[in-house]
Design a protein around this ligand. Structure first.
Ligand code: ADP
Ligand code: MG
Length: 619
């Protein structure tokens, strides 16, 4: 194994490295640093999150730039403000003995003038998010016409987030002779395309297999009905009393909802998603870092850049659309040499997705049972016992001990223990006493949609008064229904989207839920009406001719809390919700921007979940 010295780094950097406590270079560092120091070359480096990529480009860049000069020589593009700040900080630490070095962070949501001023003072290195960078170029507040090194960090994420045009635009303002170093955890086709377009004969480094998951993370999946997802989540949390987790949901709305439910059920949880203000997100992240929050419920986009080392679990409340996203999610745990567990809650129809993920990450999932109530109680009880056992006696309670002791005079030690734990646990036991088994047996057969559809008599067909004029097509409507109703992939079918109205099917078992959900449901200010219809959904048939006009609402069964849930064992705390900029409780319906990114048709390893319309020629 090499040392940083052997990689060819200079004294100033080596001193900083000692201060940082880095002892040996990580694999990506050992591979990238010598190449970047010795050659003026473009580079593509693929390595998992947490493998030390920042230093892999940071050290060589700092060694190669001219600190005496005030010209901007290095540009590092990164997908999020959080990462941008992280990289800036790291670079400053790496360069702490490089006197005169200025590293400037450029990102949205802060004063552009302040940032411009800082650049003007002579930033040799700029770390930027693409959006703000483009802005500043347009306003001539930065000059990157003389840069020698451009880094695309987390390139896959930047492309996922739709920054392709911005990156193209930014790079067009840089000299052709510069070197471009691209760092990415995964290699979807878009990244390869970027590499081809902007780089000249790049050297390639791969650490581990392409798109492979981290070695220190084990993967588990749990099969539950979609309607039990939330309960399954609670049990997974309850059976891991020391959990410190990120829970991933697919939409901002689910994220907010799950977080609110958890908080309402007495868990220490918080939401992180794009509908929160930057300030709210900062607060949540700070609480999470300080472990004031045990469970952070997040969207994929918002969770980018979360760099917290001790995360014990990643819970996939819903699977992501893209397998690469799963790699990123699970990479949030098992960092810095620690082990971590990535859990996935799936319904039966999604089990096959697990197989696809296994192939890509080259690791097997362990199928686990959702714990039953008694197992949870046992774990909780023992955890409390261990905590009591390990507790340090607090002498501040001394003045009250006499009174307390008097109270327990008659009790033996055994009695006291029994009483103490009963007091702590009755709530838990009560809650879980009659709890049902949430596990769904996977019979190994993939029923598929067709099998389900032919189940004929068991399907319910609905009329809904939204259609193409509301911006839906059958895929969007299906996604919308699935997400809103929290149903699995195969649970909504035969979606037939007309101009002003549509039809869709679910299994009969979901009928009550569907109708209840759409009682009092408003979208863009008008009531969305859903009724059961006799049309059984023969393709192409228009079904019965409905008026399709807006505003009809179901009578009766008034709009109660359609998301009623059992209060958890943790008590009845119901704070008004977290970081709440939700508009008005139940009637707050998500906007179209909530929908998960649908630009997946160009990606290499997406689940073949939905038909692709625009396949590219090289497919
Ligand atoms: P990546 O960009 O690949 O996700 P980072 O560059 O953010 O990874 O590094 C992850 C963590 O590992 C950081 O806390 C960083 O300080 C630390 N780190 C990086 N290189 C080393 C090293 N050689 N030895 C010890 N820790 C390191
Ligand atoms: Mg990084």
């Amino acid at each position: 194994m090499s040392t940083f010295q052997e990689l060819g780094l200079n004294e100033d950097l080596l001193k900083a490295i000692t201060d940082l406590g880095f002892e040996t270079p990580s694999e990506v560092q050992a591979k990238a640093i010598p190449i970047l120091l010795e050659e003026d070359t473009d580079l593509v480096a693929l390595a998992q999150t947490g493998t030390g990529k920042t230093a892999a480009f940071g050290f060589p860049m700092l060694q190669k730039i001219d600190i005496e000069s005030r010209t901007t020589q290095g540009l590092i593009l990164s997908p999020t403000r959080e990462l941008c700040l992280q990289i800036t900080n790291e670079m400053k630490l790496y360069g702490k003995y490089n006197k005169g070095l200025n590293v400037t962070a450029i990102y949205g949501g802060a004063s552009i003038q302040d940032q411009a001023r800082e650049v003007k003072r002579g930033a040799q290195v700029i770390v930027a998010t693409p959006g703000r960078m483009k802005d500043m170029i347009k306003r001539r507040l930065v000059d990157i016409s003389k840069i020698q090194y451009a880094v695309l960090d987390e390139a896959d994420e930047m492309l996922n987030m739709g920054f392709k045009e911005d990156i193209t635009e930014i790079l067009s303002h840089t000299p052709d002779e510069k070197n471009t170093w691209l760092f990415s955890a995964t290699m979807p086709r878009e990244v390869a395309t970027i590499a081809k377009k902007f780089m000249f004969e790049p050297k390639e480094i791969t650490v581990g297999h392409k798109n492979e998951g981290s070695k220190t993370v084990s993967h588990e999946y749990y099969i539950a009905n979609s309607r039990d997802r939330y309960h399954a989540l609670k049990r997974l949390a309850d059976v891991n009393p020391e959990i410190f987790a990120v829970i991933f949901c697919r939409t901002k709305r689910d994220t907010q909802q799950v977080a609110e439910n958890l908080i309402g059920d007495g868990y220490s949880a918080g939401a992180l998603h794009g509908d929160l203000s930057q300030n709210q997100r900062d607060i949540v992240m700070k609480q999470f870092r300080n472990k004031q929050i045990q469970m952070l419920v997040a969207t994929d986009v918002a969770a980018r850049g979360i760099d917290v080392d001790d995360i014990t679990h990643v819970i996939n409340y819903q699977l992501p659309d893209e397998i690469e996203t799963y790699t990123h999610r699970s990479g949030r745990t098992g960092r810095a040499g620690k082990t971590g567990i990535s859990m996935v809650i799936v319904n039966k129809g999604e089990v096959r997705k697990i197989k696809s993920i296994e192939r890509i990450i080259k690791k097997d999932f362990i199928k686990k049972e959702i714990p039953n109530g008694m197992q949870i109680c046992e774990v909780q009880l023992k955890a409390t016992a261990a905590k009591v056992h390990a507790a340090k006696v607090n002498t501040d309670i001394d003045p009250y001990l006499e009174e307390i002791n008097a109270l327990f005079e008659e009790d033996t030690k055994e009695d006291l223990i029994k009483k103490f734990f009963s007091a702590e646990f009755t709530r838990f036991f009560k809650y879980y006493q009659k709890s049902k088994d949430l596990n769904v047996q996977d019979n190994g057969r993939d029923r598929g949609e067709s099998g389900r559809r032919s189940s004929g008599g068991n399907a319910a067909r609905y009329f809904i008064n939204v259609g193409e004029k509301d911006g839906y097509d059958w895929m969007k409507l299906k996604d919308f229904l699935k997400e809103e109703l929290n149903l699995g992939r195969d649970d909504v079918f035969k979606v037939d989207c007309k101009e002003t109205f549509s039809f869709f099917n679910t299994e009969k078992e979901h009928q009550e839920k569907v109708l209840a959900f759409f009682t009092d449901y408003k979208q863009n200010g008008r009531f969305v009406n859903v009724e059961v219809t006799e049309d059984k959904g023969g393709r192409g048939g228009g079904g019965r001719n409905r008026g399709g006009g807006g505003g009809r609402r179901r009578e009766g069964s008034g709009g109660g809390d359609r998301r009623k849930r059992n209060d958890g064992p943790r008590g009845e705390r119901r704070s008004g919700g977290f970081g709440g900029d939700r508009k008005s409780g139940n009637s707050d319906r998500r906007s179209s921007s909530d929908r998960p990114d649908r630009r997946s048709s160009e990606r290499s390893t997406s689940f073949s979940d939905r038909p692709r319309r625009s396949r590219r020629s090289e497919d």
